[in-house]
Design a protein around this ligand. Structure first.
Ligand code: HEC
Ligand code: HEC
Length: 467
């Protein structure tokens, strides 16, 4: 175990991590001796555990073919890879806020397509005590029915709200699925996405080039029970997402920096410091960026949910209906608006790995550049007219994508959101630019070549089967 001594406070932080210490006066100038050196080096290089490299299991190999198989969809035209583009770190490659899917490819989805990278450590959905950077799946405890009990968290003390009960974990923007297997059934049968039907999937599984391999893995029951075989297929897709290195490559410049193999440019270094400074960006309070106690690389998410008050995106056609709201966590649960009211408007904190390759940001894809995202973080409550429309009477309609009743769930206490009208923004324009430069260090090396070849191969095989 390596110790990291703060130059400023003389405190020893155990656990192999080098967290910057909070400082009273001008925090951005106070350097922890594990912060990047003036020449961009990492003075405290650390190795971390990468997922074990092994050839794909049989199950994952079948999963890979399923992942690229368009014939599973209602239109015959969409595979998982159509939306989660392997050439773009399994995020969308286009800049439409949401994807057009469905049987006729003209049904608009309702949320931005997330990347599928770095989901392997996602704990199951639960509502429980905030354990900060513990990286353990928390125990599910009672659900409070009223009152927002969120506490503030900072980049140096991510567990400061330990007494608070928060939603965390789970897949999708609202946590409604716990496992890849459970998740994969979602888009496959969603009328707005792959729009398939169980019978269609079963018919395809019976004729696909991977049929024998799947049957061999599913055992005798697979041949007799179509529902069981479909479950096995979904399980196989999940194995692929878990096993294939392209979903968790940890090959970004930032990873190399952590290991002492790369240097930040001056701008990247400044961005890193601002990202971690509790008074400035404070980004690391939610987008965790330190190696965990167990030596696992940071995922840039704490797997928790927050309501940031993203503007309503009028490019999503269902938002034309004034009474329609996508309220995230509470909408994902049956009866959610009543029993989960404390969490209405909350969406998961996404990983920021590979974020610079995206063209749409936030759950509703309302932002199209990192510049606007950073403007939103710095200016949401200072220049709200930049982000929100006016009502017919002229009054500004701030936080317009959350029902009025639920607006108390919006985060106004964590920096950079804690500035009030008339105050200076937590981040000026140059500082915002520096943070973007840092975010650009989170992009993995492109290893999509083999994935693209796979896509072409399966398409060919699928075609032959379809003919
Ligand atoms: C038509 C576009 C589309 C297709 C096709 C599609 N997805 Fe998605 N996927 C989405 C969208 C949109 C979301 C976010 C939905 C939400 O949060 O409600 C999502 C979310 C996910 C997530 C959760 C990610 C996270 O960060 O929690 C996983 C995993 C996933 N998809 C895997 C798949 C798999 C596997 C397939 C193929 C069986 C697939 N998707 C097909 C659009 C698509
Ligand atoms: C209080 C927790 C919190 C803090 C602090 C925070 N974020 Fe986020 N971040 C989130 C959540 C939650 C979302 C998703 C919001 C949504 O979709 O409605 C998000 C979304 C993002 C996105 C869009 C990612 C995508 O895939 O769409 C970027 C980029 C981002 N944050 C960067 C930052 C930066 C840079 C900072 C510091 C200036 C920061 N965040 C501070 C919680 C936080």
């Amino acid at each position: 175990m390596r110790h990291c001594v703060s130059a400023v406070l003389g405190m020893t932080v155990l656990g192999g991590n080098c967290y910057a210490q909070p400082a009273a006066a001008s925090p951005s100038l106070v350097l922890n001796n594990c912060d990047p050196a003036a020449d961009g080096r990492n003075p405290c290089p650390q190795s971390f555990h990468r997922p074990r490299e092994a050839p794909l299991s049989q199950m994952a190999q079948v999963g890979r073919m399923l992942f690229y198989d368009r014939a599973l969809s209602g239109s015959g035209k969409l595979s998982c890879a159509s939306c989660h583009d392997p050439a773009n770190h399994y995020g969308p490659s286009g800049d439409t806020p949401v994807f057009e899917g469905g049987a006729d490819l003209h049904r608009q989805g309702r949320r931005a397509i997330p990347t599928l990278t770095y989901l392997e450590r996602m704990p199951p959905f639960s509502i429980g005590p905030d354990l900060g950077n513990d990286d353990v799946a928390p125990r599910v405890i009672g659900v409070p029915s009223t009152g927002n009990q969120r506490g503030s968290k900072t980049a140096t003390d991510t567990a400061s709200s330990a007494a608070h009960i928060v939603p965390q974990g789970g897949l999708f923007w609202d946590g409604r699925a716990d496992t890849f297997q459970q998740q994969a059934g979602g888009p496959l049968f969603d009328p707005d996405e792959m729009a398939s039907k169980p019978e269609r999937v079963s018919a395809r599984l019976n004729t696909a080039p991977y049929r024998q391999a799947l049957l061999a893995l599913a055992g005798p029951r697979g041949a007799q029970d179509p529902a069981f075989l479909r479950e096995e297929a979904l399980f196989a897709i999940g194995r692929y997402e878990l096993e294939d290195r392209s979903f968790h490559d940890y090959s970004s410049k930032f990873d190399a920096w952590l290991e002492g193999k790369a240097r930040f440019s001056p701008l990247e270094r400044e961005g890193y410091l601002l990202f971690n400074d509790p008074q400035k960006g404070n980004c690391a309070a939610c987008h965790l960026d330190h190696i965990t106690r167990d030596g696992l690389p940071p995922l840039f998410t704490d797997h928790q949910y927050e309501a940031l008050g993203a503007p309503r995106n009028m490019a999503i056609s269902r938002n034309a209906v004034a009474s329609y709201y996508d309220l995230g966590v509470c909408d994902a649960q049956p009866d959610g608006r009543k029993s989960f009211a404390a969490y209405c408007g909350m969406f998961v904190t996404p990983t920021l790995r590979n974020v610079a390759t995206r063209h749409v940001f936030f759950h509703n894809g309302v932002f199209h550049t990192l510049e606007t995202v950073l403007d939103f973080y710095a200016l949401r409550d200072l220049q709200p007219e930049k982000f929100y429309p006016r009502r017919p009477g002229g009054k500004l309609d701030a936080y317009n994508d959350i029902t009025e009743r639920d607006r108390s769930n919006i985060d106004t206490i964590d920096a950079p959101f804690d500035r009030k009208s008339g105050e200076k923004p937590a981040l000026n324009e140059n500082e915002r630019r520096a943070i973007i430069a840092f975010l650009e260090t989170l992009t993995d090396a492109d290893i999509s070549g083999s994935a693209k070849a796979e896509d072409a191969h399966t398409r060919q095989a699928g075609k032959r089967q379809d003919e």
